[in-house]
Ligand binder design. Structure first.
Ligand code: NAP
Length: 566
């Protein structure tokens, strides 16, 4: 059903007649926010005495065309009564002078008896009503555990039912790959179809319903848990994901990681796309930690060409997986990803060509360059491994970095990228880590590596006692100390007795922006740079690669500060 404008249906649960006024108010609010349909979920209300009048009031006063659903308990609803009573109620609702635009009924129940089917037909078949006032049938099927094994058979049965005006299939996704099957169903649907995946893996199906021409997508009212797991709010769909702007040709981007629900990247990239009128959308794509999950999810998304996947941000714990994936699939690695073995960006050409890029390290180096009074853009280029001869004033910037000693605290993924980037810029890097052997492993991987345009990288492991030597121009925290929800949010990786006066102290942790380390450093006369500087720059660099356009100046920083309450 391509070409159809996909509407947003806000699903509102009404459990009793005392909730009707509030429910109507909620509906008015959400229709004001842009919902085009209201689904009245009256599973419990339908069991009350006087249910018919209550439901008809909801329909009559509904601020937008509506769907009435009395969902049975065995398909995720609260109705536990008899099917005949339920259908009699639907029949009376449908027969009223102001029937709803749709009633929803489950395929499995319709198929149970010819008598029941006959009665459902009566609920939607009123020859006397004008066509545009008629109630039509949404025939639905749900699986809250996973993809139903007989999904194809269920759909075929719904297509074969003459009274089915719209078919709906919803199941709990076990991976983002399930969404691709929903898109395939939408592409092949002979009649209007709603195909949605529930749960955290299903968000792409809820948003990209618009790209693939679904009949509608459901949303929950603000402050409400929703009628199914994973429903976004109307505002999230329209403001965050720019639902109304999505077209069949919209390019898809996303952030792959585990966990991913708190990622701020969708807020930045989608706002950026909107600001430059770029036909793209950026989605959270949770992928469990193991390599096999990463590999299978990426292959599936890349192989499904109608998705138009053009790029991904890749975060914990998949940055090394990305390098491996691109290597194994004949893609290109930028010099930095090649050197440090981890990348945070996947670019997919229109011809399917893959490129892995690391924007974390150039972003960190550029942020630190600002603190040290060096040219940030040229520093970022050097850190990305671009030949010094191709960088404006490259020789001079490299010399300035060569005169800087930087202490990198930590030896994990971020530390490795930052140490690689700093050493490519020319800095003398000393790595300090709780587990000394990991710092030494970094030294053996990065030290003495040839630099583009000549020279050798300087990365050595430091002993804890050397941290206080007073000979560092800058300190960069790449441990997770100080991070909200990390191993110790109150701790600082630098002891009180280390002299910081006159140096630059940068944190890569950005939640919170003011970490214990930065508070200590500021009180000791150091110049401090918070983790938002690196986060914003790495996102801006990704954005530029995704769209071939610069991110609007200041936009990402402003959004991040709002999101972090800074
Ligand atoms: P990782 O690979 O897990 O490494 C964690 C590092 O922290 C290791 O060096 C570890 O030391 C050290 N550490 C952990 N707990 C410690 C403790 N209690 N005491 C001392 N050291 C401890 O993590 P990662 O991927 O490198 O990420 C590190 C941080 O970077 C994250 O917390 C995140 O906030 C930040 N980050 C920022 C950005 C940005 O754009 N600003 C992007 C990504 C990440 P051992 O080796 O001894 O275990």
């Amino acid at each position: 059903m391509r070409g159809h404008h996909t509407r947003i249906a806000v699903a509102i649960t009404v459990e009793g007649s005392d909730e009707i006024a509030t429910a109507l108010q909620m509906a008015r609010h959400e229709v004001g926010n842009g919902a085009g349909l209201v689904e009245w979920r009256v599973d419990a209300l339908a069991e009350e005495a006087g249910a018919l009048q209550s439901i008809l009031r909801l329909v009559r006063e509904s601020p937008a065309p509506c769907i009435v659903t009395i969902r049975h308990a065995d398909e995720g609803g609260a109705w536990r009564g008899d099917d005949t009573d339920r259908v009699s109620l639907l029949e009376a609702i449908g027969a009223s002078d102001f029937g709803p635009r749709y009633v929803d009924f489950e395929m499995a129940h319709l198929a149970r008896s010819a008598n029941l089917r006959q009665k459902v037909m009566l609920a939607v078949d009123h020859a006397s009503q004008p066509r545009d006032l008629k109630t039509s049938l949404i025939l639905s099927t749900h699986d809250f555990d996973g993809r139903p094994a007989d999904l194809t058979r269920r759909l075929a049965a719904m297509w074969a039912e003459p009274a089915c005006a719209v078919a709906k299939i919803a199941w709990k996704a076990r991976s983002v790959r399930d969404c691709l099957e929903a898109f395939e169903l939408l592409r092949e649907a002979p009649k209007p179809l709603i195909a949605l995946c529930m749960g955290a893996f299903g968000m792409p199906s809820r948003v990209l319903a618009a790209k693939f021409g679904a009949f509608l997508t459901y949303a929950r009212p603000e402050g409400d848990p929703g009628t199914a797991p994973g429903q976004p709010t109307v505002s999230q769909l329209r403001e965050l994901y720019r639902f109304d702007a999505l077209t069949r040709g919209t390019c898809v981007f996303g952030v792959v990681g585990w966990p991913i629900e708190h990622s701020l990247s969708p807020h930045l990239h989608n706002a950026g796309f909107g600001a430059i009128h770029f036909d793209g959308v950026y989605l959270p794509m949770p992928v469990p930690p193991e390599w096999e999950h990463f590999k299978a999810s990426l292959h599936a998304m890349l192989d499904f060409k109608p998705l138009d996947l053009r790029g991904l941000s890749v975060t914990l714990p998949h940055k090394e997986h990305l390098v491996r994936f691109v290597r194994e699939n004949g893609g290109r690695l930028d010099p930095l990803s090649e050197r440090c073995g981890s990348a945070n960006t996947l670019l997919v050409g229109a011809d399917g060509a893959l490129e892995a890029v690391n924007t974390d390290a150039p972003a960190a180096v550029a942020a630190l360059a600002v603190g040290l009074g060096l040219d940030p853009d040229a520093s970022a280029q050097l850190a990305a491994g671009i030949d010094v001869a191709r960088v404006r004033d490259g020789d001079s910037i490299r010399r300035q970095w060569t005169a800087r000693r930087v202490a990198v605290l930590g030896a994990g993924g971020v530390a490795r990228a930052v140490a690689a980037g700093l050493s490519l810029a020319g800095a003398k890097v000393v790595v300090f880590n709780r587990t000394q052997s990991r710092a030494e492993a970094l030294e053996s991987q990065l030290h003495n590596q040839p630099m583009p345009g000549g020279g050798r990288a300087h990365v050595v492991a430091g002993r804890p006692s050397e941290l206080g030597c007073g000979c560092f121009h800058a300190f960069v925290n790449c441990t997770s100390l100080g991070m909200e929800g990390g191993p110790d949010s109150k701790a600082s990786p630098i002891e009180d007795d280390v002299s910081l006066d006159g140096s630059v102290v940068m944190d890569t942790v950005y939640r919170p922006m003011r970490t214990p380390l930065l508070r200590l450093a500021a009180s000791r006369g150091a110049r401090v740079i918070d983790g938002s500087a690196m986060f914003v720059r790495q996102a801006e660099m990704q954005f530029e690669r995704f769209t071939d356009r610069a991110a609007p100046a200041g936009l990402f920083q402003g959004l991040l500060e709002v999101a972090l309450g800074a």
